[in-house]
Design a protein around this ligand. Sequence first.
Ligand code: ARG
Length: 468
Amino acid sequence: MAEQLWKGRFSKAVDSRVNDFNSSIRFDQRMIAQDMRGSGVHAAMLARQGIISNADAEAILEGLASISDDLASGKLAIDPAAEDVHTFVEQTLTARIGDAGKRLHTGRSRNDQVALDIRLTLRDESLALQAQIVELVKVLCRQAGENTASVMPGYTHLQRAQPITFGHALMAYAWMLLRDLERLADATRRMDSQCPLGSGALAGTTYPLDRGFTAEMLGFAAPCPNSLDGVSDRDFCIELASAISICMMHLSRLSEEIILWCSWEFKFIELDDAFTTGSSIMPQKKNPDVTELIRGKTGRVYGDLNTLLVMMKGLPLAYNKDMQEDKEAIFDAVDTLSLCLRTVTPMLDTMKALPANMRAAAAKGFINATDCADYLTKKGMPFRDAYKLTGQMVSDCIAANKVLEDLTVAEFKAYSDLFEADVLAAIDLVNCCEGRSSYGGPTAASVRSQIQQALAAAKEWEDAHAEV
Ligand code: ARG
């Protein structure tokens, strides 16, 4: 069994069951690069402040670099018996450079160290998620651009309601995802605002640390103003899990639509064979497993958020070991969203829209009834009366197994003298769509302008995060 960092006051080795129970190396090794980065900056600060010698700091930095190289080349493996990643790095370093390694932890605790490591790790992972969302938005914009004239029924209560286009529907999801992007960026900005390093175990330290220096070197706006808060809050994990949960909710709704759209009942889209699965018994089946899994995994991510909220709700200041449970939950949320985005983006990219089927569905269900009532209203009939009369017409059509477009001008006129020959154009589905020219509506021009705006937002993100 690997040694503990804290064995001085104990006369017995820790029971192996406690060691296994206590150990977090299985999941916190994910933070090893960030842990070493924090240690390097801490060591440099200790030397600048004259707390350790320059020679010791150099030995530490070289030692950390050699560990990093050896991990990358596979020469060094992470010891699964180490208590946690911090223990593993410090012990490996000390084995390599001797006493200088033992000086690294001066003026630091694993409590401020772990609070720093999670922030640094989640900062990187949040950025990667944001990049994935940008890719998905671009795919949605491309598909929407090809479908600005694909008239389909828009639904309320999953009942055919009014005409929209497929492009308009896809852009609704693009806007949701762009808000998710903002939420992730905002959570990350707050995560980067306060550096916990230098909080010590809970009450700061007697060494003359330069917390401003470490905060700046590690990319934070400032050191956190309160050491107790610095080591013991995990609100940034909760905030990120919450932004991730909302994004999963959006993906889950989109998934549900895809599941409906690719069913025989709708057949508005055809998914690429490479993104569907078959049945072991039913030869005809082509199932949208990917989107079903996204819908299913959304519940799991909500579970992660709940784990974090419940874990924190009764904790007194400052660090409590309960908080070690933060990592599995937040990493699972990050990994699940990443996995979903990685799969759904190419699925949507390869999906084929079937506008003829959308149009056929739009022709049924009286989705132009509002337009018929609006026609009468514009000719002077009060809207409530127009609504009632159109309702009567719909009811008669249903009884006669017809749609409004099947009625002749004479038949229209039998309902009201206000009807003229131009009513046929007024209830034409394309015209109904194009007539909804209010800002944000389904016209081709509106959808094209939405695409432009969304792509500009995506580009703005990319420009701000371009490698320099
Ligand atoms: N593995 C621990 C965690 O993730 C590191 C902090 C340990 N601190 C302590 N006082 N035992 O929370």
